[in-house]
Design a protein around this ligand. Structure first.
Ligand SMILES: [Cu+2]
Length: 149
């Protein structure tokens, strides 16, 4: 195979892999908790399902509408509710990661504008092995609010 063909073959293989991964990682019911006016830290929830028979590592979540998004876990430390930041979260083979109130959650900082219930927000979720998946998160209004410590 000459160099150009080898490159094309590599590229096609890469694209096929990307597509197959997209089918094997499911992001379901991703939503953002609407914050009261003036609050610049929001929480997002949902489920990521890994259908692959190997663990995958969640490395990053991005959105153009936020300055940054962190991976947090609500924990009780010495009887006090607090939050622990994770650089990455490993999702077991054929397992899932649930973001819920009182557990793991996405912490969204400094929205460029106030987000109201019903809005659809584009987010990109990155995993190891250069897997990147786009998802639309819906802003919802709930009675519960996330308290940042
Ligand atoms: Cu948090």
């Amino acid at each position: 195979m000459n160099k150009a063909r080898l490159f094309l073959f590599g590229l096609l293989t890469f694209i096929v892999q990307l597509n197959s991964y997209a089918n094997e990682i499911t992001l379901s019911d991703i939503w953002i908790n609407e914050a009261p006016p003036g609050v610049s830290i929001l929480a997002a929830y949902g489920t990521i399902i890994n259908h692959i028979d190997k663990p995958i590592i969640l490395t990053n979540i991005n959105s153009e509408l936020f300055e940054k998004i962190e991976l947090h876990e609500s924990v009780i430390y010495d009887g006090v509710a607090t939050m622990k930041q994770h650089e990455t979260i490993t999702i077991p083979a054929n397992g899932q990661l649930e973001f819920t109130q009182g557990g793991y959650h996405m912490m969204l900082f400094s929205p460029v504008k106030r987000l109201v219930a019903g809005e659809q927000i584009n987010m990109t979720v990155d995993f190891d092995n250069s897997i990147s998946i786009s998802v639309i998160a819906e802003v919802r209004r709930t009675t519960h609010h996330h308290h940042h410590h």
